[in-house]
Design a binder for this molecule. Structure first.
Ligand code: DAK
Length: 255
């Protein structure tokens, strides 16, 4: 199958997906979300696929966020609707897969890109990787599950810090706060991901799927719904218009 925004490679018993928009730092647009859903669905349905690894092309970015140009004109209704659609096609979809998904983070993982990594079951990164939620600097909040999964993974205190300050952090700090499972040298990133795939796939696949389901269910709450509504409301504000205009015109926002 031909894809415009990703490359997928079927290995022995797993699939490697490489997000491939390097000129736009692999920013997530709607087409890419659909393409990822397509490959992930296939991986989930084929019993021969026992794991998935997701990485970004180039040395600069895993995914530098949702595509800001694409969402700059969205209304409140479109924002909420697309948050729902994106969650169903990609973020919740991965979270609920019974096939384990590992994010191999090779550079910037920002905004929607960090949300993608958080939806994966495990995260490893190279030493140069950078993480952050710049959404509030654009007049938004993380709308693809970030306000829910970040506190689940790093705790409320670190989540408040990262989301409210919008600061970027490096791989060592990300490891220290348990945002990622491991940090390795760049050349060891994919070999380490494959090693983890090997460690998981020697175990019983049915039990792996049930374990993921049980772990996920310890985090059931209403927060995801509130996030979608709050995210949609941000699109009706002058802050959003100012934040996005500032990014697109390469200037600092004035809030
Ligand atoms: N979207 C679109 N283009 C992007 C991009 C992005 N997120 N990130 C980078 N690019 C583009 C840049 O515009 C530039 O394009 P050209 O000007 O060359 O055409 C190219 O990638 C290279 O980027 P830079 O020239 O900026 O590279 P630098 O090394 O100087 O800087 C950077 C790297 C990662 C620090 C910088 O690119 C940056 O700050 N990027 C934006 C980070 C960011 O704010 N990401 C968005 C976070 S908000 C939604 C649901 C969820 C969301 C949105 C909507 N709906 C349901 C509707 C989530 C929102 C987010 O993710």
């Amino acid at each position: 199958m031909e894809f415009q925004n990703l490359i997928y490679d079927t290995k022995n018993n797993f699939v490697l997906i490489t997000i491939n928009r390097p000129k736009k730092l692999n920013a997530l647009n709607q087409d890419l979300i659909e393409e990822l859903n397509h490959v992930l669905k296939y991986a989930e349905e084929d019993d021969a696929v026992r794991a998935v690894v997701i990485t970004g092309s180039g040395e600069k970015a895993f995914v530098a966020g949702a595509d800001i140009k694409e969402f700059s004109e969205f209304t409140v209704a479109q924002g909420e609707d697309l948050a729902r659609k994106g969650q169903a096609l990609l973020f919740d979809f991965i979270d609920h897969m019974s096939t384990p998904v590992i994010a191999a983070i090779n550079g910037y993982a920002l905004g929607g890109g960090l949300e993608l990594a958080l939806a994966c079951h495990l995260r490893i990164a190279c030493e140069e990787a950078k993480f952050g939620f710049p959404e509030v600097s654009l007049g938004l909040i993380p709308g693809y599950g970030g306000t829910q999964r970040l506190p689940q993974i790093v705790g409320k205190s670190h989540a408040m810090d990262l989301i409210l300050t919008a600061r970027m952090l490096g791989a060592e700090e990300a490891y220290d706060i348990s945002l990622i499972n491991e940090v390795v040298k760049r050349e060891e990133l994919l070999p380490k991901a494959y090693e983890i795939v090997g460690a998981i796939t020697k175990n019983a696949p049915h039990a792996i799927g049930q374990a993921i389901k049980a772990i996920n269910n310890s985090f059931h709450n209403e927060g995801y719904e509130i996030e979608k509504q709050s995210f949609g409301k941000c699109f009706g504000t002058t802050d959003f218009k100012e934040g996005v205009d500032a990014f697109l015109n390469k200037r600092k926002p004035r809030f």
